[in-house]
Design a protein around this ligand. Structure first.
Ligand SMILES: N[C@@H](CCC(=O)N[C@@H](CS)C(=O)NCC(=O)O)C(=O)O
Length: 122
């Protein structure tokens, strides 16, 4: 069984960490069996959570966790999305990461990168 190491539920949310919530939402969406192990950054190999442990191997970073499972699948998460939808999804994900890490108050770079996905809307 895959172990998902993350914070306990908090503030009425499944998780106060957007990264933990993202990883858990992905596992639920893909119907991948897992069990939550309440944890914290100090227990993580990289000092950040979430991380998973599968067959004794750990994977940290929500993006790496998702990529780990997506690489095993023929059907991809964004199959069926239009170019415009892909661009919007990319923009939202990029903005959210920027907002969470507090790196930049603007989305200019993300908008330009999203533009590469869809010449029709940018
Ligand atoms: N890029 C990582 C970010 C994970 C992250 O920043 N987690 C925070 C909790 S929301 C953390 O563990 N912070 C501890 C620290 O930075 O010391 C991911 O997507 O999983």
């Amino acid at each position: 069984m895959i172990e998902l190491h993350q914070f306990r539920p908090f503030w009425g949310l499944p998780n106060a960490s957007p990264f933990c919530m993202k990883a858990e939402t992905y596992l639920r969406f893909r119907h991948i069996p897992y069990k939550v192990v309440p944890s914290g950054p100090r227990k993580s190999p990289t000092g950040k959570i979430p991380f998973i442990v599968e067959d004794g191997h750990s994977i940290t970073d929500s993006e790496a966790i998702i990529a780990h499972f997506e690489n095993r699948r023929a059907d991809k998460l964004d199959d069926g999305l239009s170019e415009a939808d892909r661009a919007t999804a990319f923009l939202c994900a990029s903005w959210w990461k920027t907002a969470c890490t507090g790196r930049s108050p603007t989305c200019a770079g993300e908008i330009r990168r999203a533009g590469r996905y869809s010449s029709r809307i940018w």
